[in-house]
Design a protein around this ligand. Structure first.
Ligand SMILES: Cc1ncc(C[n+]2csc(CCOP(=O)(O)OP(=O)(O)O)c2C)c(N)n1
Ligand SMILES: [Mg+2]
Length: 298
């Protein structure tokens, strides 16, 4: 199993920091959109697009590519920011988020942006789509196919019944090239998941549906990479990675608060940082963090 060395980890952490800064910049420019989920998934998206995925940003239609299916479409800013930094389109275009005619809609529109595998926004359907793609792959290439299907979901999204229909089928079909990743940030639109509809014991639930399940720290590059490698190595089951994350990760005043689910800087709760200072303060914090990561490396 391939491990990350210290230099690679720092490089990925710097990319993740750039992705977070771009997320904040695009949300400020849009004046609307989601902050908590995109910030907390920046490390996982970075590890995927800069290390784990087999893909080619210059050739998004490459047939042998792995597929990344974003089921929780509202965290699109992290998908766009990572794709831009990975070379799919200019980073500057990120500032067109949610603008009329932009390729970067508030929720991903597959036909508008090359490199997207699906359109999403209505929660709950991404896993079914990923199961269908994985089954089709098996029919086309047989069980030895080395293309992987990554489906990213929110934890609140698991309240949708369709997820569990797909989970049952994937378990029955032993879809070993299907890898689910749940953003276990404990929040959803209007509260904490365990107050809205308790999900625990979540690991056991997925296991009972026939999945190989790992729980990891979703901000630790090494842990994310090891979990993906393990998931790829499991041959007779689909894999689920429950990634524990801190909503709003990287910006102190947005962390751990569900009120940042659907508000951009400038419109979030103003009790810690005044609304008109939120954008600037968030960017300053991330720039400082970048300096710290850099100096750690020298
Ligand atoms: C079918 C459907 N119902 C409701 C919504 C509205 N909605 C958007 S995000 C969200 C909360 C989802 O929670 P989670 O997946 O945990 O996202 P997080 O708050 O962590 O970003 C809801 C209810 C939706 N997009 N689709
Ligand atoms: Mg959540």
């Amino acid at each position: 199993m391939e491990h990350l060395n210290d230099e690679k980890i720092r490089e990925l952490e710097l990319h993740a920091n750039d992705v977070r800064q771009t997320i904040i910049e695009m949300l400020i420019a849009a004046g609307s959109g989601h902050t908590a989920g995109p910030l907390d998934m920046a490390d996982i998206f970075t590890l995927l697009y800069f290390h784990a995925l087999h893909h080619d940003p210059r050739n998004p239609d490459w047939p042998d590519r792995d597929r990344l299916i974003l089921s929780n479409g509202h965290i699109a800013p992290v998908l766009y920011a990572t794709m831009a930094h990975a070379g799919y389109f200019p980073v500057e275009e990120c500032k067109t988020l949610r603008k009329f005619g932009s390729r970067l809609q508030g929720h991903p529109h597959r036909e508008w942006l090359h490199g997207l595998e699906t359109s999403s926004g209505p929660l709950g359907s991404g896993l079914s789509q990923a199961v269908g793609m994985s089954l089709a792959d098996r029919m086309e290439r047989g069980p030895q196919s080395n293309r992987f299907y990554y489906c990213l979901m929110g934890d609140g999204e698991l309240d949708c019944g369709q997820i569990w229909e797909a989970a049952m089928l994937a378990g029955k079909e032993k879809l070993h090239n299907l890898i689910g990743i749940v953003d276990r940030n404990n929040i959803q639109i209007d509260g904490f998941t365990e107050d809205v509809i308790p999900l625990e014991p979540l690991k056991e639930k997925w296991e009972s549906f026939g999945w190989h399940v790992q729980e990891i720290d979703g901000h630790n590059m090494e842990a994310i990479n090891d979990a993906i490698n393990e998931a790829k190595a499991i041959f007779n089951k689909p894999s689920m990675i429950i990634a524990h994350t801190i909503p709003g990760k990287g910006v102190d005043f947005t962390e751990r608060r569900f009120e940042w689910h659907g508000n951009p800087p400038g419109k979030g709760p103003g009790d810690v940082v005044a609304k008109d200072k939120q954008g600037e303060e968030a960017l300053n914090e991330l720039r400082t963090l970048r300096g710290l990561i850099k100096s750690e490396h020298q």
